[in-house]
Design a protein around this ligand. Structure first.
Ligand SMILES: [Zn+2]
Ligand SMILES: [Zn+2]
Length: 164
């Protein structure tokens, strides 16, 4: 059945007048899903906005296309905030993970997401990137890898929820 997951994230950034690095969400993400093709739970699945399918990274040696895609990608920025709401559609079917001996869930048991961001350093004229993800100790402060200017503070784990 078709399922939809909403992912929300928010970063605090220096006021825009001081923020000259063009910090932005990249249109790609990784999300853990229970994959009926592998028959395994908690598979890291790689998404690119605009692609008609995602990729289950499986055991690395066994990547395969996944019936999943980014259906919505909405970026908003406030004076000192950078926010993202993205919606992922995927085809889910029940199965039993024989290796972990547990049933699959429409939203995997402990969902995990990674959201990459990019920036451009005006002093060095070079680009850089970092990502935020579930399951890290917060707050995390990110600085430019080239000039050490503060870029953002990550105070809150991304929200992941199955839409009804
Ligand atoms: Zn798979
Ligand atoms: Zn810089």
């Amino acid at each position: 059945m078709l399922r939809t997951v909403e992912i929300t994230a928010e970063l605090t950034s220096p006021p825009r007048s001081e923020q000259s690095h063009n910090l932005h969400w990249q249109r790609t993400l990784q999300l853990s899903l229970d994959c009926f093709i592998c028959g395994r739970t908690g598979r890291t699945t790689r998404f690119e906005h605009g692609e008609e399918h995602a990729v289950c990274t499986g055991d690395r040696s066994a990547e395969h296309p996944a019936a999943a895609r980014i259906a919505g990608f909405d970026v908003t920025s406030g004076r000192d905030r950078l926010m993202l709401r993205t919606v992922v559609d995927y085809w889910w079917a029940p199965f039993h993970d024989a290796k972990r001996d547990r049933p699959a869930q429409a939203l995997t048991r402990a969902p995990w997401v990674r959201l990459p961001l990019g920036y451009h350093c005006p002093r060095s004229q070079r680009t850089g990137s970092f990502s935020i993800q579930s399951n890290v100790v917060r707050p995390v402060s990110e600085a430019c890898a080239h000039c050490a200017d503060p870029l953002a503070t990550d105070t809150r784990s991304p929200g992941i929820r199955l839409l009804p």
